[in-house]
Write a protein that binds this ligand. Structure first.
Ligand SMILES: *Cc1c(COP(=O)(O)O)cnc(C)c1O
Length: 344
C-alpha cells in the first residue's frame, strides 16, 4: 500500500505531525474561556516548567516559529550598529530571509567557518579583530546552533570556550536551539549545564521539530535582557491572542519528559539509519551523527532513483552531500522502505 506521507519522512523533522501527547494537551485546553495574549493558566505553567527544567529563575516567551524567535532575540540584544558572529551555515544566515537583519534594523551577520557546523574560535577572534572601531558594526552577539545545522553537538567544554570568548569581548551568547532537545538527549546532561551555567544569555528552544504544530520558546536567563520584549513580540505580529493553544502543547511535551523521549527517539533512529546505510548500502556519513540528522554523499543516479521512487530529501552541501533527517515519529518501517528503494 502506498503511504504518501512516508516519502517526506526524511526531508526534515518538520514534515511529521503533532505528537500524541501534545495533541492531547491541546484538546484538554480546548474548553471554555481563558485569558488571552498569554495571561492564561497554561502560559503560566509553561513559564513555571521552564524554570524547573532549567533550574533557574528566567523569563520565557512563546512565538510562532523559529525564525521569529531568533530574529527577535537578536533584535533584543542588538542596536542597529551592532553585529552578530555566526557560522556561515547558520540558519539565521541561510534560511531566515534576512529576518535578523530586518528586525534589528541594520545589524550585520559576520560569518565564520568551522568544521562540522561549529564556529572556529580562532576565526571568531580574527573576525572581531578585523572590525575597525566606529567604522564597522560593533560585534555584540555570538550565535551558535545546538544541535548544529550539520547534525553535530557542541560539548559543554566547547560552549564554555565560546562563552569565554564572547564575555572577553563584552558580547552576548545566543543559542539557536531549534533542536536543543536533541542535544540534551545526546549529552545526557541537565539543560542548565549547556545553557546559563556555561554563559548562554538567550536560548531559542524549538518545539516544532520536537513534535508540536507551532510555538518556539525564547528564554532569557538574565531577566533584565527581556525588558519590553513583550512589545517587540506584539509589534512583530508574533503575539498569539489564543496563546493557550501554543502553550498547552508545550505542557504536553514537558509532562513526563516527552520532549526528551521524542528527541531520544529521533536520535536513535538516525543512528539506526546510519547503521543500515553503512551495512547495507556501504555508505559512511559525512559528519559525525550526534543528533537526528545524517549527511551522506550520493551519486546522481542514486539520487534520481530515490526521487523517482518518491522520496524527498534535500541537498545540503554542494555538490553531492544530502541530509536525511529523523524525527519523533520516524519508524523502522520507513527506514526499511528507504533502504530497500536505495538498493533496488
Ligand atoms: C528549523 C530551524 C529553525 C526554525 O525555523 P522556522 O521554519 O522559522 O520555524 C531555526 N534554526 C534552525 C537551525 C532550524 O533548523
Amino acid at each position: 500500500m502506498e503511504k504518501p506521507h512516508q516519502h517526506h519522512q526524511f526531508a526534515s523533522d518538520n514534515t511529521l505531525g503533532i505528537c500524541p501527547e501534545a495533541l492531547a494537551a491541546l484538546e484538554e485546553a480546548n474548553h471554555g474561556a481563558a485569558q488571552s495574549y498569554g495571561d492564561d493558566e497554561w502560559m503560566r505553567r509553561v513559564r513555571e516548567s521552564v524554570r524547573e527544567i532549567f533550574e533557574t529563575d528566567c523569563d520565557a516567551y512563546l512565538v510562532f516559529n523559529g525564525t521569529a524567535a531568533n530574529a527577535l532575540a537578536l533584535a533584543q540584544l542588538c542596536q542597529p550598529f551592532h553585529s552578530v558572529v555566526c557560522h556561515q551555515q547558520a540558519h539565521i544566515q541561510t534560511d531566515e530571509c534576512g529576518a535578523p537583519e530586518f528586525f534589528t534594523r541594520g545589524s550585520k551577520l559576520l560569518l565564520v567557518n568551522g568544521a562540522r557546523g561549529k564556529i572556529d574560535l580562532n576565526e571568531v577572534e580574527a573576525t572581531i579583530a578585523r572590525q575597525p572601531e566606529v567604522h564597522a558594526h560593533k560585534p555584540r552577539v555570538v550565535s551558535i546552533t545546538q544541535s548544529t545545522e550539520l547534525g553535530t553537538v557542541y560539548t559543554r567544554d566547547e560552549i564554555d570556550a565560546v562563552a569565554g570568548l564572547a564575555k572577553k569581548h563584552g558580547m552576548f551568547l545566543q543559542m539557536d536551539g531549534a533542536r536543543f532537545a536533541n542535544a540534551v538527549a545526546t549529552l545526557k546532561c541537565a539543560p542548565k549545564e549547556i545553557t546559563w551555567q556555561r554563559g548562554v544569555d538567550v536560548l531559542c528552544f524549538g518545539g516544532t521539530k520536537n513534535g508540536l504544530a507551532a510555538g518556539e520558546l525564547v528564554i532569557f536567563f538574565k531577566k533584565e535582557l527581556a525588558r519590553e520584549f513583550d512589545y517587540r513580540i506584539k509589534q512583530a505580529g508574533q503575539l498569539a491572542s489564543k496563546m493557550r493553544f501554543l502553550a498547552a502543547p508545550w505542557l504536553g511535551l514537558f509532562r513526563n519528559s516527552v520532549w526528551l523521549r521524542n528527541a531520544n527517539h529521533a536520535n536513535t533512529m538516525a543512528q539506526r539509519l546510519v547503521e543500515r546505510l553503512r551495512h547495507d548500502a556501504k555508505i559512511e556519513p559525512v559528519f559525525p551523527v550526534e543528533a537526528n540528522a545524517a549527511f551522506v554523499r550520493l551519486s546522481d543516479p542514486a539520487v534520481n532513483r530515490l526521487h523517482e521512487r518518491g522520496w524527498h530529501f534535500y541537498k545540503f552541501v554542494e555538490p553531492d552531500v544530502y541530509r536525511l533527517m529523523c524525527s519523533w515519529a520516524t519508524s523502522d518501517g520507513a527506514i526499511d522502505q528507504l533502504i530497500s528503494d536505495w538498493l533496488r
